[in-house]
Write a protein of this length. Structure first.
Length: 95
């Protein structure tokens, strides 16, 4: 199953890298600082966690525009670690 999620993530990277969603924003930041293959595996992991959370809580996935994450980054001069923590907390609240 891991291989299938990685293949799915690899197919989704071109579209997600262009999307103006929070997931697209996260992926662009990740692609800028890591190797493409590592980013694909990280995306697969994130997609699995999103799928698990939506199934576990019996909710539909709510896609969030990237503007909220971008505004946080611009309005505060945050370190990368702090920004990633804030973004993950925002994503957890929305899932």
């Amino acid at each position: 199953m891991r291989t299938l999620f990685i293949h799915g993530a690899r197919a989704a990277v071109p579209w997600l890298a262009k999307s103006e969603t929070q997931l697209g924003f996260w992926l662009r930041e990740l692609l800028a600082r890591s190797h493409r293959n590592s980013a694909v595996v990280a995306l697969a992991n994130k997609l699995v966690r999103i799928a698990w959370a939506t199934l576990r809580h019996q909710e539909t996935y709510r896609n969030v525009p990237a503007k909220s994450a971008a505004l946080i980054k611009r309005s505060y001069n945050l370190s990368r670690d702090t920004l990633l923590r804030v973004e993950s907390e925002m994503a957890e609240r929305l899932i």
